[in-house]
Ligand binder design. Structure first.
Ligand SMILES: [Zn+2]
Length: 418
């Protein structure tokens, strides 16, 4: 069987979590990964072929969702089960809200979460991985609400996650721009860490998730542009209905991995919102843009694309107090639009700047209109921010993830209560 590089990276990362060292997470089935596969095969009573054969692949798939189902036996206690599976009573109770410590019934099927995290932060974060992680997180933390807020051009789901039940609604989104996909695992890791802390009644950076849960509701759309992200990470697939057009729009190149920001129709989603959209359109010629392409094409009219339209409709349905749109790169936070941001927006921006170490700035030139946060500020006169994470050349290497996460974790918490 043939496995894609992104798929192999995912399995390498899983082997690592299961304590079978595959060497570097490089998407190549090299000798170290083969040895790790052999150890995994022996531990799971499979033929030690050192290869990613179908048996081994299936066995690994079972671990990907991070849990297994278990039928309660006659003499079981939760502490016995937790011990057998090397997990904790708390994580079992969290995953199974219908049972309690002294009330388990023989024959009942329960979910046993494994003792490792779900969201990988060392791999290419494709749409398939997003879907898998949302399923896995929901299973482990049933209090998370996952819904679909629209579809992409290629009919992928635009997922959104709801954390909390409080009246103060905020909305965070990531990966408007395809090559800025590192913003998706950033938001996904935040969802995981927030949920984990909530279930254990622990604080994060001094914030109590239980308090946030009652005070606020955090809505997160981690991947606004799934078609674009997959084009960047998985390459152009032969069955893509825009196959020929995409090569033309990409100046004849079949390599989309370094430059593609747009959606699958070559529209830059963050230039497709109804906020001085005409100025964005006029500016295209200055940048040599005359139609669909990797970046900065604003589309035929505002919200012409299903992704930007879905984000607008979702925002309207929420009526949020504040929004964050995650991009890369620059370590900078943009806060204003045509001087329409309310006076408090700059002060809040200063606080974000303090907790992240990022610069607070106002956008200029072509980046100063038709973006999501521009539209939000225009429409609601409330605080809206573009946060540009990391430094360097897009796409940022995943090796920057830990720093990016550390820089932004408190910002993500603070934004829900400020
Ligand atoms: Zn961007």
């Amino acid at each position: 069987m043939n496995y894609s590089t992104t798929e192999i990276k995912q399995l390498q990362s899983l082997l690592k979590k299961l304590s079978f060292n595959p060497g570097p997470i490089d998407g190549v089935l090299g000798s170290q990964t083969q040895t790790a596969l052999e150890q995994f095969q022996i531990a799971n009573n499979l033929t030690p072929s050192k290869e990613l054969d179908s048996q081994t692949y299936e066995a690994l798939q079972k671990y990907l969702l991070g849990y297994q189902e278990y039928e309660i036996k006659q003499d079981d206690t939760l502490s016995k089960i937790a011990k057998n599976f090397n997990t904790t009573i708390n994580s079992i109770l969290t995953a199974n809200p219908n049972i309690s410590l002294n009330n388990i019934k023989e024959g009942e099927i329960i979910t046993i979460p494994y003792n490792f995290d779900i969201v990988d932060t060392n791999i290419d974060y494709t749409y398939d991985i997003l879907e898998k992680d949302l399923t896995a997180l929901k299973k482990r933390y049933p209090f998370i609400e996952v819904s679909t807020s629209g579809k992409s051009v290629l009919d992928k789901n635009l997922y959104s996650v709801k954390l909390g039940n409080g009246p103060n609604k905020v909305f965070y989104n990531g990966s408007h721009h395809a090559i800025e996909w590192i913003t998706t695992p950033l938001l996904m890791k935040f969802i995981e860490n927030f949920s984990k802390a909530y279930s254990k009644n622990k604080t994060i950076k001094g914030y109590n998730p239980k308090d946030i849960w009652d005070q606020s509701t955090i809505y997160i759309m981690p991947m606004v542009n799934p078609d674009g992200v997959d084009l960047v990470l998985n390459g152009l697939q032969e069955d893509n209905p825009y196959y020929d057009d995409l090569i033309k729009w990409n100046n004849g190149s079949t390599d989309f991995s370094k430059n593609w920001s747009a959606n699958i129709r070559g529209v830059d989603l963050n230039h497709n919102y109804d906020a001085s959209w005409e100025l964005s359109k006029e500016a295209e010629s200055l940048y040599g843009i005359d139609g669909p392409g990797p970046t900065r094409y604003s589309g035929e009219y505002p919200e012409s694309e299903p992704e930007s339209k879905a984000v607008v409709e979702f925002t309207r349905s929420l009526d949020p107090r504040l929004v964050l749109a995650y991009h890369s790169q620059g370590e900078v936070i943009y806060w204003n639009y045509m001087n329409m941001a309310p006076p408090e927006a700059k002060d809040i921006g200063k606080s974000f700047s303090e907790v992240s170490g990022y610069l607070l700035d106002e956008p200029t030139g072509i980046t100063s209109y038709s973006g999501y946060k521009d539209w939000f500020i225009k429409e609601y006169k409330r605080p809206g921010y573009t946060v540009e994470v990391g430094k360097g050349v897009n796409p940022l290497p995943i090796s920057q993830f830990d720093k990016i996460y550390n820089d932004n974790e408190e910002l993500l918490l603070l934004a829900s209560v400020i």
